[in-house]
Design a protein around this ligand. Structure first.
Ligand code: CO
Length: 153
């Protein structure tokens, strides 16, 4: 079953999410499955729990046939080098934003089995991870465009 994707300016997109207490809780496991189906149907790169109406520290990224389920993720380091890239967001359909962010990040999280995991990412994956983790803080692409240029709007 796919879920409805919540669009800006819904209030829930601005809330700071709560930590997932038990990744193996059947409700959480069901939510993960539904988020993956919803992300795939939308052909998106990433989806965060607030975007389907759940204020939880949980997001998914689907990049180059690798599916990442990130529970309670935290960015533990950023590269000093920053790059400009275009980003879209399923909560802003049809819009794209030029945003500058660190080129590389390291992220610690729990995977869908509740196991501790770590990713070192650059390029598009680093970009997607930063975007989704921002959602968990209630931060949206429009907040990142102050210095950057907003296009197609
Ligand atoms: Co988004």
């Amino acid at each position: 079953m796919t879920l409805k994707i919540i669009k800006y300016p819904a209030k829930i997109l601005r809330e700071k999410t709560k930590k997932v207490k038990d990744p193996l809780d059947p409700e959480i496991q069901k939510l993960i499955t539904q988020m993956i189906e919803t992300l795939r149907e939308a052909k998106g790169l990433g989806l965060a729990a607030p975007q389907i109406g759940k204020s939880l520290r949980l997001c998914t990224v689907d990049y180059e046939n690798n599916l990442y389920v990130l529970i309670n993720p935290k960015i533990v380091s950023y590269s000093r080098n920053r790059v400009m890239m275009e980003e879209g967001c399923l909560s802003f359909p049809g819009k794209f934003f030029q945003i500058e962010r660190p080129e590389k990040v390291k992220v610690r999280y729990l995977d869908e089995k509740g196991k501790s995991a770590k990713i070192k990412a650059d390029g598009i994956l680093a970009r997607a991870l930063q975007h989704e983790i921002d959602h968990l803080e209630g931060i949206l692409v429009i907040d990142k465009t102050r210095k950057s240029k907003k296009i197609n709007d």
